[in-house]
Design a protein around this ligand. Structure first.
Ligand code: KIV
Ligand code: ZN
Length: 388
């Protein structure tokens, strides 16, 4: 088993399925180039058979991207798969990602197929795809709500047909970390040829556990690919967020023991680009990429961070692409943070008494104003004390 975690980004496919997040070809190309700078291993560029527009997007991305594998989704039928292969022709490295639902609910009510029919169709789809391309991913849609023995039989069969990655989605975000991790582990144990494929997790965020479930799928289940999106964009409550999964695995390498190839300094630029293209604002308290993710407002925290950043920071803002962490001056700030900001602004007050007087004025103002900006401080101390 490799100790590298493959990062499969599906912002341009599952992310785009988020209502209101549809993107033009040029916007998708811009994001794909940023994903390449981010060094994601696989970019799912779209669903080539879903429309001519999406076909053109996958094709353009396949031709433009050199360093990441470019992938297209396709249902488990020859027409979809052939369309995906056609769109991926120009790729340096291409992947066909074919899927079919395997849960009793989806098979009976949505597909109106028997389990045996689904089994046969999955096998034939992978066989057909494998004749067109070497890199084939098979997904069992609603895999987590499927019967594990039936799922194991399908996984074994599609691996025999040449699937190189097996993805077990929690399509509706129903999983709980411990249960999902154990599900993937038990499933792999039930599949005799499981070591001939890379196992992948794909979690939705309906109960807010997409990242936790994915991490359990990796740590307990032994998955070595995670499917995720920038800012957690995706259907309903979204998908597992790329920035969170990557920084969790990197920050807690002591626990996960895995390598990720991501250039983390490109995370914030990627987040901002996806937010501005889709118009989906990132909440300020969002982990890693939210505006407050590295901001300190309380006096005790500010004092700690000014003495040693590790006191209240487990990651460096600069490592994920922010220019620096942020000390937000307000009513909770202490004298130390205030003095430090005076220095940064080039304000030289003569004596400790003057500093105390300015600090008292600052506290008075902060009781009336939630955030104190640099301009407020300059106005408060008077311009004549500015020397730099
Ligand atoms: O959530 C899901 O099941 C999917 C598959 C099509 C991979 O997005
Ligand atoms: Zn999905």
């Amino acid at each position: 088993m490799t100790d590298k975690l493959i990062i499969f980004d599906t912002t341009l496919r599952d992310g785009e399925q988020s209502p209101g997040a549809s993107m033009t070809r040029d916007e998708k190309l811009r994001i794909a180039r940023q994903l390449e700078r981010l060094k994601v291993d696989v970019i799912e560029a779209g669903f080539a058979a879903s429309s001519n527009g999406d076909f053109e997007c996958v094709k353009a991305i396949a031709e433009a991207i050199k360093d990441s594998t470019v992938c297209s989704l396709s249902r488990a039928n020859d027409r979809d798969i052939a369309r995906a292969a056609e769109a991926l022709k120009g790729a340096n490295r291409g992947r066909i990602h074919t899927f079919i639902a395997t849960s009793p609910l989806h098979m009976e009510k949505k597909l109106r197929m028997t389990p045996d029919e689904v089994f046969e169709q999955a096998k034939l789809a992978v066989r057909f795809a494998r004749n067109l391309m070497g890199d084939i991913e098979f997904s069992a849609e609603d895999g987590y709500r499927s019967d594990i023995d039936f799922l194991a039989r399908i996984c074994e069969a599609v691996i025999k047909e040449g699937a190189t990655t097996i993805n077990i989605p929690d399509t509706v975000g129903y999983a709980i970390p411990e249960l999902y991790g154990n599900f993937i582990k038990t499933l792999r144990e039930k599949v005799p040829n499981s070591d001939q494929a890379i196992w992948s997790v794909h979690c939705h965020n309906d109960l807010g556990m997409a990242v936790a479930n994915s991490l359990a799928g990796v740590k307990v289940g032994g998955a070595r690919q995670v499917e995720c999106t920038i800012n957690g964009l995706g259907e309903r409550a979204g998908n597992c967020s790329l920035e969170e999964i990557v920084m969790a695995v990197k920050t807690r390498k002591d626990y996960f023991g895995l390598e990720v190839g991501i250039d983390t300094s490109q995370i914030v630029p990627a987040s901002k680009m996806v937010s501005s293209v889709t118009g989906f604002v990132v909440q300020p308290n969002k982990a890693v990429v939210g505006a407050n993710a590295f901001a300190h407002a309380s006096g005790i925290h500010q004092d700690g961070v000014l003495k040693a950043r590790d006191t209240y920071e487990i990651m460096r803002a600069e490592d994920v692409g922010w220019s620096a962490n942020k000390i937000v001056l307000g009513k909770l700030s202490g004298r130390n943070a205030f003095k430090q900001r005076l220095q940064e602004l080039g304000v030289m007050l003569e004596s400790e008494g003057e500093i105390m007087a300015a600090f008292a004025k600052f506290k008075e103002l902060a009781d009336r104003k939630s955030e104190i900006f640099d301009e407020d401080i300059l106005a408060l101390v008077g311009d004549e004390s500015v020397t730099a």
